[in-house]
Write a protein that binds this ligand. Sequence first.
Ligand code: HEM
Ligand SMILES: *[C@@H]1O[C@H](CO)[C@@H](O)[C@H](O)[C@H]1NC(C)=O
Length: 493
Amino acid sequence: MGLFGVLPFLLVSCITFLLILIRRRDATKGKLPPGPTPLPLLGNLLQLDVRNIIKSFQKLQEQYGSVFTVYMGSRPIVVLCGYGTIKEALIDNAETFGGRGLIVSVDEAIRDYGVATTNGERWRQLRRFSLKTLRNLGMGKRSIEERIQEEAQFLVEALRKTEGHPFDPTIHLSHAVSNVICSVVFGQRFEYEDKQFVFLLEVINKCFWELLSTSSQMKNFFPRLMRILPGPHQKMPKYVKELINFVSQRVQIHRESFDPNCPRDFIDCFLAKMEQEKENPTSEFHNENLDVTVLHLFFAGTESVNTTLRYGLLILLRYPEIEAKVQEEIDRVIGRNRSPSLEDRSQMPFTDAVIHEIQRFIDLSPVPPPRSVTCDTHFRGFSIPKGTAVVPFLSSSLHDPQHFETPRKFNPRHFLDERGSFKNNEAFLPFSAGKRVCLGEGLARTELFLFFTAVLQNFHLESLQKREEIDISPDVRGSSKLPRPYNLCVVPR
Ligand code: HEM
Ligand SMILES: *[C@@H]1O[C@H](CO)[C@@H](O)[C@H](O)[C@H]1NC(C)=O
C-alpha cells in the first residue's frame, strides 16, 4: 500500500476506534436520554443548524420526545421539552437541577465570579444578597419603582422630541433600560448624551452582536479550538476588560463617599456587606464578586427588557385594536394626569394580559443558558451523571399546545378568563423556573409595565406600513429571537 492507501485506512480505523470509545463511555455511565448519534469530536454539529438551534431542537423534540441528548462537540447536553417535563425537573427536583452549566460564550474573565455563572456557596451567598437588595431592603430612600418611573418620563420626553416623524425606537429604548440598571447599581442615571454612558452602551452593544455571531455559537462546540482560532470572537476579552474597568472606577468613587448608614444603591449595599464580613476569610463579598456581579446584572438586565419593549411596540403596531383597548384601560384606571404606578396593574387585567402575551409570543430566551445537575440523578427512566449540562427548552413550554389555545398566534386571551379577569398560566415560563429562575424577574416585570403604560398613556403609535404587511415573526439568530428592524411614529394623544 502506498501513502495514499494508508491514509484513508488510518482515518477510518481512528474514527471507528473513537466511536467505540464513545459508546463504551456511555455504557459505563448509564443511559442518557436518546438523541442523534454523535460523531467523535464534532458531536451533533452536522445534525444541528448552528444558526437556528431553536428549529433544530423542535425537530429533535418531534423525533425523540420530551427528553433528548445532543452533543456539542464532545459535551452531552440534555434538553427538556414541554411544560410538564420542565416543571418535573426544575421545580419538583429543584435542588438537583439547580446547578449552572458552563456558559461557553461568556468570557472566562467573568465566569468564575458573580451571581449568574457560579455554583455552590459562592452562588448561594451572592444570589441571596442580590435578591434581597433588589427587593429594596436597605436601598436607601428611593425605591426601584420610583427610579423606573423617573426613567419612563425621560423616555416619554425623548419620544416627544421626535415630533411625529418616523424613527427607529432602538436607541431610545436601549438608553432607558440601561439607565434603570445604572440607577439601581450606580445610584445615578445618565443623560442620554453623556460620553461615559454612550461609551458603556457601545461596548455592551459590541458584546451583544458578538454573542449572536456564528463564531460565538461555534464556541459551544469547540471551546478550546475557538480559543486559539482568529476571528471576531477574539475581541470579547478586550470588551470585558473595558467593562470591568468602568465598573471598578465607579466602585472606587462609591468608596470615597460611602456612608454605611445610608446605602444609595447596589454597590453601596455590597460595600456594607464587605465591611460586615471583613473578619471572615472565606467571605464571598470581595471586589471580584462585586465587579462581576454588577456586569452580570448589566448583561442579563438590559438586552432582555430592551428587546421585549421594542418587539412589543412592533406587535402593537400590527394590532391597533389591542393598542386602543390598552389605552382605554389606561384612561379609565390611571387617567392622563399622573404617572402609572405598579399599584395600577392589579386593576388593569387587559394590559397585564397583553404584556404577558408579548413575553410569551416573542419567546425571548427560547434556549436559556444551561443548567447542570448537582448529583447523579434518574429522570424519566434515564440516568444523568452529576455535572451534565441540562437545557430547559423554554420555547416548548411557551408554545405548549396543551396549555395555550393558539400557541403560534398572538392572543391576549391566553391570559384572560371569560369575565375579562387576568388568568395566570402555569406554562408561562419566560423567566424559567426553580432555583435559578431569573433573578431580575420582579424588576423586569415592573419595567415592562411602567414603560409600556407610560408610552401608551402619552402617545398613539403609527406605522408607516399597512398593518397586514407588518412582519412580527422573529429574526432568529443562533439561540435568540429579535424583532425585525422597523420605524414608527409616535403621535401625542
Ligand atoms: C424580560 C426580561 C427578562 C427575561 C425574559 C429574563 C430571562 C431570564 C432567564 C430565562 C434566565 C435563566 C434562568 C435559568 O437558568 O433557568 C435568567 C437568568 C438571570 N437573569 Fe433574567 N431575564 C430578564 C430580565 C432580567 C433583569 C432585568 C435582570 C437584572 C436584574 C436579570 C438578571 C438575571 C440574572 C442575574 C440571572 C442569573 C440567575 C442565576 O443564575 O441565579 N434578568 N433571566
Ligand atoms: C438594545 O437592542 C439593540 C438592538 O438589538 C442593541 O443594538 C443594543 O445594544 C441594545 N442595548 C442594550 C443596552 O442592551
